[in-house]
Design a protein around this ligand. Structure first.
Ligand code: IDP
Ligand code: MG
Length: 142
């Protein structure tokens, strides 16, 4: 019996889209061997972000995070592959781009900016439960 392969929700955040890094980030996902299931440029809304970032509502960086995510379009991606949730988190690197390991998206392409929110180019689901929830938020048709 084949084990169903895993899916994750990836976002190229507004800083990544604005800097023209969407292609480079897609390239890294594909080069790793993951399959692109859906790719769409979207504009977030406060309601959608409240669902997406439910775990962060009420934290000091929540409103700056929402404002940042509304500052421009995001590229929403569903990628598929064995252990892709963990694998993309590994490709993305640590949350803080200054200390994210070289070789990762955040480590190679990100840096600190003097803003209230950490701008770090990408989002990736952190568990199977989050992935299912986030895919339903961004791609209800899937
Ligand atoms: P992750 O994106 O690496 O999973 P989370 O802790 O889930 O990190 O935080 C979500 C996003 O909120 C981060 O990617 C970053 O953009 C922002 N963020 C997280 N922690 C802070 C903080 O302490 N100050 C400002 N922004 C933060
Ligand atoms: Mg997270």
């Amino acid at each position: 019996m084949t084990v169903p392969t895993e899916r994750t929700l990836i976002l190229v955040k507004p800083d990544g889209v604005e800097r023209g890094l969407s292609g480079e980030i897609l390239r890294r996902i594909e080069a790793k061997g993951y399959t692109l299931v859906a790719v769409e440029l979207k504009s977030a809304t406060p309601e959608l972000l409240e669902q997406h970032y439910a775990e962060h509502v009420g934290k000091p960086f929540y409103q700056p995070l929402v404002d940042f995510m509304l500052s421009g379009p995001v590229l929403a991606i569903v990628a598929e592959g064995d252990r892709v949730i963990e694998g993309f988190r590994s490709l993305a690197g640590a949350t803080d781009p200054t200390t994210a390991a070289p070789g990762t998206i955040r480590g190679d392409l990100g840096r600190h900016w003097p803003t209230k929110v950490i701008q770090n180019l990408v989002h990736g689901s952190d568990s199977e439960e989050s992935a299912a929830r986030e895919i339903a938020i961004w791609f209800p048709a899937l």
